[in-house]
Design a protein around this ligand. Sequence first.
Ligand code: NAD
Length: 230
Amino acid sequence: MKKTVVITGSSRGIGAQTALKFAENGYNVVINYNHSKEKALNLLSVIRTKGTDAIALKADIANPSECEYLINKSIEEFGHIDVLVNNAGIAQQKLFTDISRNEWIHMFDVNVHGMFYCTQNAVRNMISRHKGKIINVSSVWGVTGGSCEVHYSACKPAVIGFTKALAKELGPSGIQVNCVAPGVIETDMNSELKLSESEIEEIKNETPCMRLGTPQDVSEAIFFLSEPSS
Ligand code: NAD
């Protein structure tokens, strides 16, 4: 039976590259987007040329009922979910004293609460099959903290804590929960942060391979974590 992967926030960046990686490996792919319908549909047609099945579903990950729709519709379409990648995320650079209550709440709604809603819905299907993989996308800022990104840096350790606890709870049910914590990756998220040349050079110098990461680097790690251990 063909496996199915659901990837939140997969119209671009790490999510889109991950969708391609799973498609190349024969998975049914569920692309999720919120506003970027055109990009999602372009990706859908690229994936279909690879001879695998895919659908694109609009769902705002910050909204519990839309997360429920995303998961239920994926199960209705493909019968089951083998892998859920909680990738959708937002970032913002702002002085701590300028972060509004709404910005703080929205950051958690997308980066943390959306992961909770999608996972809870997907796990019900996985438990009944006694198998499944959940891969969450944290960040190095969740480990080290990032100046002028306190709200983002507060969300990403929550992803790590969620992952560790759920891995213990679901391991006995045959479900593995992992996360990746990428360093700085070349995507729109960072271009929107408008880092200066000198900031980018500084980041490269602090990175062991002396370069920024790519969406492909992260997609390889996510795919590795989704495969059964031999
Ligand atoms: P990106 O901005 O290109 O992609 C983020 C995706 O999430 C987009 O497709 C966006 O539309 C989607 N999204 C945002 N809000 C959404 C919502 N409410 N509902 C549905 N989708 C929504 O950035 P990226 O770098 O590809 O980020 C992917 C993940 O990787 C994020 O969780 C991010 O925090 C994490 N990450 C990124 C970096 C980096 O340097 N780029 C580093 C570490 C971790």
